[in-house]
Design a binder for this molecule. Structure first.
Ligand SMILES: Cc1cc2nc3c(=O)[nH]c(=O)nc-3n(C[C@H](O)[C@H](O)[C@H](O)COP(=O)(O)OP(=O)(O)OC[C@H]3O[C@@H](n4cnc5c(N)ncnc54)[C@H](O)[C@@H]3O)c2cc1C
Length: 506
């Protein structure tokens, strides 16, 4: 068959969710994936006797209001069967240096407020205010949805009833936290998750950040019992059970258009395949490079060139011949900061990045063979941080040095021995992600969420994102920014638009 209702290019979280939604609605769907397994970032790899989780730390899976769309809603409605655990702690955060600190911050609304107030005495009222603000953000977004988007909204109502939403949506996290009068320490602790969105707080949209933090805190971080690969396989099952088709080892090498610039199909393994609608789970920059239509290229180039590439990461995956308990590791998620000011952390990142260390055995004791454990280091890289002039023969040393530097730092910070327990080690850099995901500069977060190009603006002006007729974009590079839930939400959103257009014969 070479003619479908919908072709989805890329089997990452966004693409799979889009395909499952379309298949469930009865459309004929083909997913094309360049690798031999699905998932994109949500995948798995094996070294020796260890199977590693390559990407997922934790999921911001549930919303803070029943009417706000979340991954939990999507999974339930699609019938994706996979089990999750909820974490009791958001993070242990260790800040090095003068005025350093070491605190564990609890999940749940009350747990977060209590542990923040314990760590930075006097911030209780301000933490309560953050939750109240988030309640208002939810209400404002529900109002906007109920109005059917910007065009149906009454600006006066928005300003009078939801004024703080408008202010937060147009300001940085730094400005919001300062306006609330947070102490330096309370600010530092509140900012811990800034790297999850890939912007220092001075450039990080306040509404986006507070919504994420409050959702993690209130609804608790989720960890899948069968890891991200299990989530992916469960989604693939839904697609196939509903008649959808997935082809692996199928890299799309060209996008096809008619003479008016409307998308008509793709070329894969030398074959032309056509569809009424294309949903791209691959970043617009790549679609542009794989498109010959001058009209399309021009439209996409404008937006792509205006945007900045999002963050990438370096990762060190360790298989250890001792249990977490034997090593003295008690926490699932440890954030190590080099400076208490998150903007300074960002500025210093090339000499010492801030990093996160996860030990999956703390939440899933059986995730590695008996008597062993696994550690997963994530180190932030921003666009341009990876040395551009590196020669291939220098790469191995670069990876070894990266791993050594952060393992030694972690050993020192925690006062434990890791080096002598390493049985398996694998190191990923932005080069790894560029190769595996085919993203420019190895971005794992799509485009950087900047002040002018933040999630709120992208959602409000969403029609400008999908200007090529019959083509839509979903995934971490799309409207909602990076992350598993955002990829699922945009996958579902684009699928619903496509279903509607097909039903209406558009
Ligand atoms: C180390 C790391 C840690 C992370 N931690 C978290 C976390 O804790 N929580 C969280 O929510 N998010 C996290 N993320 C981010 C999250 O994984 C991503 O934002 C999200 O999974 C991106 O999904 P996506 O739909 O954009 O697809 P991607 O994962 O980008 O997948 C795109 C797919 O398209 C395929 N493809 C590319 N080009 C072609 C082509 N030409 N033809 C066919 N197929 C093609 C690729 O092979 C890939 O399978 C992390 C990411 C990484 C890398």
């Amino acid at each position: 068959m070479n003619n479908y209702d919908v072709i989805v290019v890329g089997a990452g979280n966004g693409g799979l969710c889009a395909a499952a939604t379309c298949a469930k609605a009865g459309l004929s769907v083909l997913v094309l994936e360049k690798h031999n397994i699905p998932g994109g970032c949500a995948t798995s790899f094996v070294r020796g006797r260890f199977e590693f989780e390559p990407s997922l730390h934790e999921l911001c899976a549930d919303s803070t209001h029943p009417k706000m769309r979340s991954m939990v809603h999507i999974y339930r409605e699609l019938g994706v069967k996979t089990d999750f655990l909820k974490e009791d702690y958001l993070y242990r955060v260790i800040c090095k240096g003068k005025d350093g600190y070491d605190h564990k911050i609890k999940a749940t609304r009350q747990g977060f407020i209590d542990s923040m107030d314990e760590a930075a005495p006097g911030c209780r009222r301000q933490m309560e205010t953050l939750f109240e603000l988030n309640d208002l953000f939810d209400a404002a977004q529900i109002y906007m949805d109920d109005c059917g988007g910007v065009t149906g909204m009454n600006p006066i109502t928005l300003l009078t009833k939801y004024g703080d939403f408008v202010r937060a949506a147009g300001n940085s996290t730094d400005k919001l936290l300062s306006a609330l009068g947070l102490s330096e320490k309370a600010k530092s602790l509140t900012n811990t998750y800034w790297g999850y969105l890939g912007n220092p707080p001075r450039d990080l949209n306040a509404m986006h950040f507070i919504s994420l933090l409050m959702a993690y805190a209130q609804a608790q971080p989720y960890v899948p019992k069968n890891r991200s690969h299990g989530m992916t396989l469960a989604m693939v099952k839904v697609i196939q059970e509903n008649g959808g088709e997935i082809r692996f080892n199928s890299e799309v090498t060209e996008f096809l258009y008619d003479e008016k610039g409307a998308a008509t199909g793709v070329v894969v393994n030398g074959e032309n395949i056509y569809a009424r609608k294309i949903i791209s789970n691959i970043i617009p920059n790549n679609v542009m490079n794989l498109s010959k239509s001058r009209f399309t290229k021009k439209m996409m180039r404008k937006l792509a060139n205006a945007r900045k590439m999002g963050m990438s990461v370096g990762c060190v995956y360790l298989g250890l011949n001792a249990t977490a308990k034997q090593l003295g590791i008690e926490d699932y998620s440890v954030f190590v900061l080099q400076d208490k000011d998150a903007n300074v952390q960002y500025d210093l990142r090339k000499s010492y990045g801030f990093y996160i260390v996860n030990c999956l055995n703390v939440v899933l004791p059986d995730c590695s063979p008996r008597g062993t454990s696994m550690l997963f280091f994530t180190i932030t890289y921003f666009d341009g941080d990876f040395p551009e002039d590196m020669k291939p023969e220098e790469y191995k040393k670069y990876k070894n040095d990266l791993a050594k530097k952060y393992i030694e730092d972690y050993e020192k910070v925690m006062g434990i021995d890791i080096m002598s327990h390493i049985e398996e080690i694998s190191v990923a850099t932005p080069v790894t992600f560029a190769r595996y995901l085919s993203t420019p500069n190895g971005t794992i977060y799509g485009y950087m969420s900047q002040t002018w190009d933040n999630v709120v603006n992208r959602v409000v002006f969403k029609d400008l994102e999908n200007r090529v007729k019959n083509m839509k974009f979903c995934g971490g590079h799309s409207l909602r920014g990076d992350g598993y839930p955002s990829a699922f939400i945009t996958g579902e959103m684009m699928a619903k638009e496509v279903i509607k257009e097909i039903k209406e014969g558009k």
